[in-house]
Design a protein around this ligand. Structure first.
Ligand code: FES
Length: 107
């Protein structure tokens, strides 16, 4: 089975093509921290409470589109309710991300 997942990350106007594999990282936040060396990103370690890992997504599929647990509460506290704004720590590295576009949002 082909496990390859490829998607685009935009940070400060720069596009990066990311290639990884299913489950290659615990979640998207850890991948972004590792690949882009982002300071102050993902401060709560992925429990969905700090809102330092916000991304704007397009083209993700399947269950990755469902916001669960703390995510909607944390995002609404800082004024986000749009479906395309997500906490990257709540997105797993699965095929759902293949060919998606992800933009890092300043917080
Ligand atoms: S790492 Fe804290 S909300 Fe995502």
């Amino acid at each position: 089975m082909d496990n390859k997942i490829e998607f685009t990350i935009t940070e400060n106007g720069c596009k990066n093509i990311i290639q990884t594999s299913h489950g290659g990282y615990l979640n998207l936040m850890y991948l972004l921290k590792d690949k882009l060396l982002l300071d102050g990103f993902g401060e709560c370690g992925g429990v969905g409470r700090c809102a330092t890992c916000i991304v704007k997504v397009s083209g993700i599929q399947g269950s990755s589109n469902v916001k669960e647990r703390n995510e909607p509460t944390t995002l609404s506290k800082i004024g986000y309710s749009d479906d395309d704004i997500r906490l990257s720590c709540q997105l797993l590295i699965t095929k759902d991300l293949n060919e998606s576009e992800i933009e890092i949002i300043d917080y």
